[in-house]
Design a protein around this ligand. Structure first.
Ligand code: XLS
Ligand code: MG
Length: 350
């Protein structure tokens, strides 16, 4: 078990999803590690210095249980969470594994499949209420196409907004966070960027309860800078969660340790979050990271500890910056010197 990562005191609260502790299976190979018992995963949160859990609906209870059995299952999970002093940060319907979502959930060409997706999404709202979670994430995994002619793109956006509204209307407290991703598993996804998501927020039945979750790798896969995406959403006061990780170029979603590919890019994400007061309304620093397939079962949580450590160490750098010096560089456009100052700070060379 990696040492708990608390290089410095911080007001931030941290979360991850149980799927971040995985068996290492990938599209080209079966599990490389045994599955970790669910109760053991939930016990790891506090040991690693985390505060909250991210759930898919079926991470709590199977999606096809009747409501009484669902409530029983929820009570069992809540008992574990209460015992560990954990809260549920976000909940997301897993609308990408069921055969009825093979061609999209909300944007399927089949009305019966669209109904299944909406019904399951409403059930997920009921689950959120049972676990005391108000942050409902829509990662639109299969809302897209393998060939563009498969669907009417304009109708697809309308159907996503209709589904978003059905969720908002199902509970007056719930707020919906769109998580943009430009592709994978689809060839091209609808609402591929934070900009698209923010635009849709203003078209929903309740823009005040419509916001975004930003994942570092998803901005990078769209060819955009995650820190700028975060700043844009913060301007709109709509950044309600993040999934910090890293990504080495335009390929499959790698969910690498935060800062492990590009330290400067990670530094600027921490700088934007810190300087904008992210977290003051209870927002969490969420991770969405995967251990390498080559990692052993015993070490299959290090990537979580390392990602949190990287955030806290970069936070120390941000909090140690000489603001007057930076303003001086900016005023005189001494950007060469400003860049070297930042690089020296990142390398610990004052
Ligand atoms: C996948 C997404 C997913 C959501 C939660 O790429 O990041 O992990 O965050 O379902
Ligand atoms: Mg994610």
């Amino acid at each position: 078990m990696p040492a708990a990562t608390t290089p410095s005191p911080t007001s931030y609260r941290f979360s991850f999803g149980p799927w971040n502790i995985s068996t290492g299976a990938d599209p080209f190979g079966p599990p490389a590690r045994k599955e970790m018992e669910y109760a053991r995963k939930l016990k790891a949160y506090r040991e690693l210095g985390f505060d909250a859990v991210q759930f898919h609906d079926d991470d709590i209870v199977p999606a096809d249980l009747d409501w009484q059995a669902t409530l029983k299952g929820v009570a069992e999970v809540k008992k574990i969470l209460d015992g560990e002093g954990l809260f549920v940060e976000i909940i997301a319907p897993r609308l990408w594994e069921d055969p009825r979502t093979v061609d999209g959930a909300f944007t399927s060409n089949d009305p019966a499949e669209r109904k299944y997706a909406i019904d399951r999404s409403k059930r997920c709202v009921d689950l959120a209420r049972e676990v005391g979670c108000k942050n409902y994430v829509l990662w639109l995994a299969r809302e897209g196409t393998y060939i563009r002619e498969a669907k009417c793109a304009k109708t697809a956006v309308s159907r996503i907004v209709d589904a978003w509204n059905a969720i908002l209307e199902h509970d007056p407290e719930i707020r919906v966070l769109g998580e943009a991703k430009p592709n994978e598993p689809m060839d091209q996804a609808y609402l591929p960027t934070v900009g698209h998501m923010i635009g849709v927020c203003y078209k929903t039945a309740d823009p005040a309860r419509s916001g975004v979750l930003i994942e570092s790798a998803h901005s990078i896969l769209a060819g955009l800078d995650p820190a700028d995406d975060m700043a844009y959403a913060l301007h709109h006061e709509k950044l309600w969660s993040v999934h910090l990780n890293d990504q080495n170029g335009l390929k499959y979603d790698q969910d690498k340790v935060f800062g492990s590919v590009d330290l400067r890019r990670a530094f600027n994400q921490v700088r934007v979050l810190e300087e904008s007061g992210y977290g003051k309304n209870g927002e969490c620093v969420g991770l969405d990271v995967k251990a390498m397939r080559t990692t052993s079962f015993e070490e299959s949580m290090y990537h979580l500890a390392h990602s949190k450590t990287m955030f806290l160490r970069l936070l120390d750098v941000v909090r140690g910056l000489d603001r007057a010096k930076i303003e001086e560089f900016r005023t005189h456009r001494r950007y060469e010197q400003l860049e070297m100052y930042i690089l020296n700070e990142l390398m610990g060379r004052r």
